[in-house]
Design a protein around this ligand. Structure first.
Ligand code: TNX
Length: 513
């Protein structure tokens, strides 16, 4: 029997001793104070693994698993931990609950998969672990297809197992508005449904395109969001809401056409791609609308940082719009790019007055970046490099390495996807810090995340198929312990890890060969 269980993400330092600790049925968990919630989580995890729920006690009964918060523990930060397995039992120490939680995740991976059938040996070991990056995320596009709450809860659980800490929800776009806003009821009533969806590719050719005739609808009520935020917090995951502006706004404009430049009625879009209808930057009602939306969003999501989109905003309407042109003159702006930058700065001011900061896709660099804004670099790494050099924080999300909507293998043998090609290996070989950056500039790279744009993923099962196992590779990249030179070693661990995904009912893509 191998005494090196398959840990994903791999811890930064593991030393195995020569023996095994046997998890008995009467094992207790020792924890107190803030560690108690983590102990409950561990008890639940062991209950599924062992078929029996351990007792939680405050006294040091033996044998035991002890969970300790010790703020003087150095070199591991708030998300790191030290885990020791010896004949005396199991000990996990961290400076904070997040680190304990990650130590628990590692421990649960050390428990043999067939523990319920009697295989209870956990190898003696000492693990010293902490992430390199504070931002380890996935983005799920719930606008293009509504995704049910139980699926988001499941995704959060699977993410937590991989030590991801951020789930970015793309809540609004041309094809659907998914967040209930009490003061703007049309958004849920009209914006959350489209009557049908384009079949296949071929967006542009109006003569040949076909539609599926099937409505897509759904939105998250305040109750739904509160439940998801609370669940995510217990899993040490931050839910990052994205409200797209000034482009990708057609679902909102279908509800409130007065907010577009032309004021013409439009529908929640049945097509994919970039749409010309965008919020009018010259109309103050647009800002009243967006501030109302943001106020309610901030009240629901405690995230310190708020995503405002900012990508792919065509300037056609602004060029022809008297109000936008007037704004350009009034604000002494050079052109429509500066108008976009003015728009984002205005929203940033609003957010910062409420104690939140702003993140946007890398187009927010065009026309001058608002000070203090964080950039999500998606069109390659250039935007991220430029932003880091000018002292801005960056989340690396380059399409060529992190777009989990791209094909995983030869399109001929895969379900229809948006395009591109991103095999598992390329995800694993990605490194979030570009070689061009100096060590000081590199400090601005907060981490990385995988993108699940859902144009061609209509169901949760399909999202899982696209996400896993590539997200397993990205989890290790984000934790900072991937080794691009040892893809085979990763694959060997992944083969064992896949049974954990099966146990959770994840519809992952099978490995080739
Ligand atoms: C570009 S990435 C988009 C999305 C699409 C995606 C498809 C970004 C900021 N915008 O609207 O869904 O490509 O890969």
């Amino acid at each position: 029997m191998s005494n090196t269980p398959a840990l994903i993400p791999r811890p930064r330092k593991v030393t195995y001793g020569g023996g095994f600790f046997l998890l008995s049925n009467d094992i207790a968990i020792n924890a107190a104070g803030r560690a108690l919630a983590e102990a409950e989580y561990l008890a639940g995890g062991l209950a599924s693994a062992l078929g029996q729920r351990p007792q939680i006690s405050v006294s040091a009964a033996r044998p035991s698993i002890s969970l300790t918060i010790d703020e003087s523990e150095d070199g591991i930060g708030r998300e790191g931990y030290r885990l020791a397995v010896s004949q005396d039992g199991i000990r996990i120490v961290s400076t904070a609950t997040a680190g304990l939680f990650y130590g628990i995740q590692t421990l649960l991976q050390l428990v043999p998969g067939d523990a319920a059938n009697g295989s209870r040996a956990i190898p003696f070991c000492e693990i010293d672990d902490a992430p390199q990056f504070p931002w380890r995320g996935l983005m799920l596009d719930v606008s293009r297809y509504y995704m049910p709450v139980p699926f988001l809860i499941k995704l959060i659980d699977v993410m937590a197992m991989h030590k991801f800490n951020t789930l970015h929800l793309h809540l609004t776009d041309d094809q659907g508005w998914r967040l209930e806003i009490a003061a703007l009821p049309e958004l849920a009533r009209t914006g959350a449904s489209r009557r049908e969806t384009l079949i296949g590719h071929g967006n542009q050719d109006a003569a040949t395109r076909r539609f599926d005739g099937k409505p897509d609808s759904g939105y998250y009520s305040k109750h739904d969001v509160r439940a998801m935020v609370a669940h995510a917090a217990r899993r040490h995951v931050t839910l990052l809401p994205e409200i797209e502006m000034p482009g990708h706004a057609q679902a909102a404009l279908a509800c409130y056409p007065n907010l577009s430049c032309t004021g013409e009625p439009c529908e929640v879009s049945r097509l994919w791609g970039v749409h010309k209808e965008v919020y009018c930057a010259g109309n103050d009602e647009v800002f009243t609308f967006l501030e109302t939306v943001l106020d309610e969003t901030l009240a629901l999501f405690p995230s310190a940082i708020i995503h405002i989109g900012g990508d792919e905003c065509p300037k056609d309407r602004w060029k022809a719009c008297p109000k936008c042109q007037q704004r350009i003159r009034d604000e002494k702006l050079a052109d429509e790019h500066e108008l976009q930058s003015w728009f984002i700065r205005r929203i940033q001011r609003f957010l910062s007055e409420r104690g939140r900061s702003l993140i946007g896709w890398d187009e927010i660099l065009e026309g001058g970046l608002a000070p203090g804004a964080t950039v999500m670099s998606w069109r390659g790494e250039e935007g991220g490099i430029a932003a880091a050099r000018s002292g801005h924080d960056v989340v690396m999300a380059p399409n060529k390495s992190t777009y989990l909507d791209y094909y995983q293998a030869d399109p001929a043998s895969e379900p229809l996807a948006i395009g591109g090609l991103l095999p598992l290996r390329n995800v694993y070989e990605y490194h979030p810090i570009p070689a061009e950056l100096t060590p000081a500039e590199s400090k601005h790279i907060l981490g990385t995340q995988g993108q699940l744009w859902t144009e061609y993923m209509p169901t949760p099962e399909h999202v899982e198929y696209m996400a896993f196992p590539r997200a397993c590779a990205l989890a290790e990249v984000a934790w900072g312990t991937s080794d691009a030179g040892d893809y085979d070693g990763f694959l060997a661990r992944l083969k064992m890890h896949l049974s954990r995904l099966s146990a959770l009912g994840v519809n992952y893509r099978r490995l080739d060969g």
